[in-house]
Design a protein around this ligand. Structure first.
Ligand code: NAP
Ligand code: ZN
Ligand code: ZN
Length: 347
């Protein structure tokens, strides 16, 4: 039997408000989760505002979900009632294609089923995200939250954490590697913490120096304001890897000029508008421009276990559901240090 639960949904690009949604009853493979906390990712805002194409309203966004298992289907072996768990950006995939086999479900050839605004193959509905009291997810897409991570701080790891961990891991950030992080927001601050934990030297490129002290305190070795044009000549050809987390379309030339020969610039920011680059900025020094989307389920679990072991947590501000629209405005003005997390009990 499906059941109703309270949620906070976007009813138009301008507004979120309380709504009621229906969740399917857990099938044999499903885990029912009482959601305790949900992070606000900038992707939620892009989606609510229909910046990435057509959003189906009303829509409940939220893909940084942390909660407690409240029900398990009869074939569920990985979880039991009472376990602390998380759900990130995906809730299913084909599990048969080459990418799914390789543990890269986020690149499923048949189409990853995202946590919201996707068609759910299990019941044909449009998936609804984590700004809600409950969610029902196949056990294969549920993550274990290590005991050492409080649930409120676990939530942002489900997207911001893995989105930075995956490229750091793939491009082998570690001792002796110099990493640059562009944009010191929700994703960016996790990039600093994770790159440091992996042993790299980290520089933040922010628009201003307003968060510099905090950046250095959170582990950055250097922090520069891109409003100062001299920054780019000083950092010329310095980095092995630069990850761009900026939510707007910014010119990349100057950052590409900061890469060493064969260095990589990885675009994770997903602005509405295209990026413009000159081919010469890639040809010079044979540098690469890549993209990266979240990370696979096994990789996400690996990141969570690392965060649990090394006590790497996001910096969060807990808010009631009624504050979501205001929180969005503050995210757009870069006025959050560094992730809003909704306390679902306020729903
Ligand atoms: P966020 O907290 O708003 O951080 C973005 C940061 O970018 C801001 O804090 C700001 O940093 C900088 N910024 C914003 N506007 C700028 C502008 N016009 N020019 C230069 N810098 C600007 O957002 P987030 O949650 O970290 O997400 C960032 C982006 O990644 C979004 O586009 C989101 O959709 C995308 N995303 C992608 C993936 C993926 O899998 N690829 C996953 C999650 C999110 P400073 O204040 O330091 O300048
Ligand atoms: Zn996200
Ligand atoms: Zn697949």
């Amino acid at each position: 039997m499906s059941f109703m639960n309270k949620a906070w949904g976007a009813t138009s690009p301008e507004k979120t408000e309380p709504i009621t949604i229906t969740r399917r009853a857990p099938d044999d493979q499903d885990v029912g989760i009482d959601i305790k906390f949900a992070g606000i990712c900038h992707s939620d805002i892009h989606t609510v505002r229909s910046e990435w194409g057509k959003t189906t309203y009303p829509l409940v966004v939220g893909h940084e979900i942390a909660g407690i298992v409240s029900a398990v289907g009869k074939n569920v072996t990985k979880f039991k009632i009472g376990d602390h768990v998380g759900v990130g950006c995906m809730v299913n995939s084909c599990r048969q294609c080459e990418n799914c086999h390789d543990g890269e479900e986020q690149y499923c050839f048949s189409g990853t089923v995202f946590t919201y605004n996707s068609k759910d193959p299990k019941d044909g509905t449009i998936t609804q995200g984590g700004y809600s009291q409950h969610v029902v997810v196949d056990q294969a897409f549920v993550l274990k939250v290590p005991e050492s991570i409080p649930l409120d701080k676990a939530a942002p790891l489900m997207c911001a954490g893995i989105t930075l961990y995956s490229p750091l891991n793939h491009w082998k950030a570690g001792p002796g590697k110099r990493v640059g992080i562009i944009g010191f927001g929700g994703l960016g601050h996790m990039g600093v913490k994770l790159a440091k934990a992996l042993g790299s030297e980290v520089t933040v490129f922010s628009q201003t120096n307003s968060k510099k002290e905090l950046g250095l305190r959170l582990g950055a070795d250097d922090y520069v304001a891109t409003s100062d044009p001299d920054v780019f000549s000083k950092l010329s050809r310095k980095f092995d890897l630069i990850i761009n987390t900026v939510s707007a379309s910014i010119p990349l030339e100057m950052y590409l000029s900061c890469l060493r020969r064969d260095g990589s610039l990885v675009q994770v920011g997903a602005p509405e508008k295209p990026l413009l680059i000159s081919p010469f900025s890639l040809d010079a020094q044979r540098v690469g421009l890549h993209g990266s989307m979240i990370g696979g389920i096994a990789e996400t679990q690996k990141m969570l276990d690392l965060c649990g072991e090394k006590l790497i947590f996001p910096e969060i501000e807990i808010i009631p559901a009624s504050y979501i629209d205001e929180a969005y405005e503050r995210v757009l003005k870069s006025q959050v240090k560094f992730r809003f997390v909704i306390d679902i009990s306020t729903m």
